[in-house]
Design a protein. Structure first.
Ligand code: MRU
Length: 463
């Protein structure tokens, strides 16, 4: 057995926690240092949270929101903000949360939590005009502190809805080969994860043959973070270069692509880590279902479509340097968007939320009716896109192509008949049928040593 090098940590024995909060102190795991160093750092207030978010020491839309919310909870507990004036307290909370929201503008979660808390505070004031500022403060703190636990619960629901939906498409008890992008796991959330939550849930049922995880340029969130989480979890995982994704979909028998979201527009267009759009195009071309897994708080009814989502652009050096080592010539022009938008028609598997799996167009219809997040009551869980894998690549190039028919999945796991047309197979069939260039998954799952090689002279992926 080889002795690990001093810079190679053993995989951690307990799940990684992105955020530690005990009601008195707030700490975050500095994700820039992983996988070589496990260091928790203290945050005292919203400004500290905003700085950690801007540096991407904490990243992932839900984790960003939670750090911001808990930092504001600490400020409130510490007596910061106006005294004796409930309305001024609402404005204070909005201003402090805004610091974190503005640090990275694409993810909507901080903004959504701010609106929710403001709404709650104003509702308390309306219901009880005599409510004191101190009482309002205590309730706001309790509201913010509850989010940590809620996020884990939501993620577990997302995981189980997504896993059930994907499992329906597999023949018999066979296992799926999945492809995911960036890091959407415990590190990007309060725990369990969104897209990686779906992977975790499927893996716990023995239904994952292999996860293909993209390295994720420019910051290597996949190589450093997803690889670490999946090694810890024991999920068979193969790291690939981002540029290998289309080939992997064709060559490695991918059954589904599952990604997260930073913001979902009213019509279902989804902003997520740069490279997501090209994955969706490749998935459609090969008839592979494409899923977005995100809490309903990622849905932004105020933004009509993807063109209105602000896309963060990151510093040039994140492309011209690899882990601090200059690799591009000085003077080269750089465009470094952190996210891209996947049009809703490419989200062929569905949008997986804590309430169930929805078609993007169901979000759009819901947004016309009411500016609220989707609920199981207002939206029908998605019909599996059962036979996408049978559609020839040439026919798949129409973005408006629909291939959904089969059984509806409800939150309770029951089924009801879908009214959508198309006939053909039900949701449990079709996913494993072979296509040209689509090799049996088990034979094609050898981890690739090349993808794990050093970047900029340092080892970036966990061993
Ligand atoms: O730039 P990042 O690493 O913050 O990007 C993260 C993503 O794009 C995730 O997919 C998204 O935030 C969802 S995380 C559950």
């Amino acid at each position: 057995m080889s002795t690990p090098s001093p810079t190679t940590p053993a995989p951690p024995r307990s799940p990684l926690h992105s955020i530690l909060y005990d009601g008195v102190s707030l700490r975050y795991l500095n994700q820039r240092l992983l996988p070589t160093e496990l260091r928790y750092q203290t945050v005292l207030d919203a400004d500290g949270a905003a700085a950690a978010v801007a540096a991407m020491e904490v990243r992932g839309a839900p984790a960003i929101a939670l750090l911001g919310c808990l930092a504001v909870a600490l400020e409130l507990k510490g007596g910061r903000g106006p005294r004796g004036d409930p309305e001024a307290l609402v404005e204070f909370v909005e201003e402090r949360m805004g610091r974190v929201r503005d640090a990275r503008p694409t993810a909507v979660n901080v903004g959504r939590e701010t609106e929710r808390l403001k709404g709650e505070m104003r509702a308390w004031m309306d219901r009880e005009p005599a409510v004191s500022e101190g009482e309002l403060r205590d309730r706001a703190i309790a509201h913010l502190e509850a989010l940590l636990q809620k996020d884990v619960e939501d993620n577990r629901r997302i995981g189980s809805h997504g896993a059930r939906h994907i499992a329906q498409r597999l023949q018999g008890g066979s296992r799926a080969t999945l492809l995911s992008h960036c890091n959407t796991g415990s590190l990007a959330t309060a725990g369990y994860g969104t897209a990686l939550g779906v992977v975790r849930a499927l893996h716990s049922e023995g239904r994952v043959a292999r996860l293909l995880c993209t390295e994720t340029r420019p910051f290597l969130q996949g190589a450093r973070l997803t690889a670490l989480e999946m090694l810890h979890e024991g999920v068979p995982t193969t790291l690939i270069a981002d540029s290998a994704a289309a080939a992997a979909i064709r060559e490695r028998g991918v059954h589904a692509v599952v990604v997260g979201a930073d913001r979902i527009a009213a019509n279902g267009d989804t902003a997520n880590k740069i490279g997501t759009y090209s994955l969706a195009v490749a998935a459609l071309h090969h008839g592979v279902p494409f899923y977005v897994a995100a809490p309903s708080s990622s849905w932004d009814p105020n933004v009509p479509n993807g063109a209105s989502i602000p896309i963060e652009e990151r510093p040039e050096r994140e492309l011209t340097e690899l882990q601090g080592v200059r690799v591009a010539p000085h003077g080269i022009d750089v465009w470094n968007p952190a996210f891209d938008v996947t049009p809703h028609e490419l989200i062929t598997g569905g949008i997986v939320t804590e309430f169930g799996v929805f078609r993007p167009e169901e979000l759009r219809h819901a947004s016309r009716r009411t500016p609220r997040p989707p609920t199981s009551a207002s939206l029908h869980p998605v019909v599996p896109y059962a036979s996408c894998s049978n559609v020839p690549a040439s026919a798949s190039s129409s973005p408006n192509r629909k291939c959904c028919h089969g059984a509806r999945e409800t939150e309770s796991g029951g089924e009801e008949t879908a009214e959508s047309g198309g006939g053909g197979k039900g949701g449990g069939e079709g996913a494993e049928e072979r296509r040209p260039g689509h090799r049996p998954q088990e034979a094609a799952c050898d981890p690739t040593a090349e993808a794990e090689e050093d970047v900029g002279g340092r080892h970036s992926a966990p061993h």
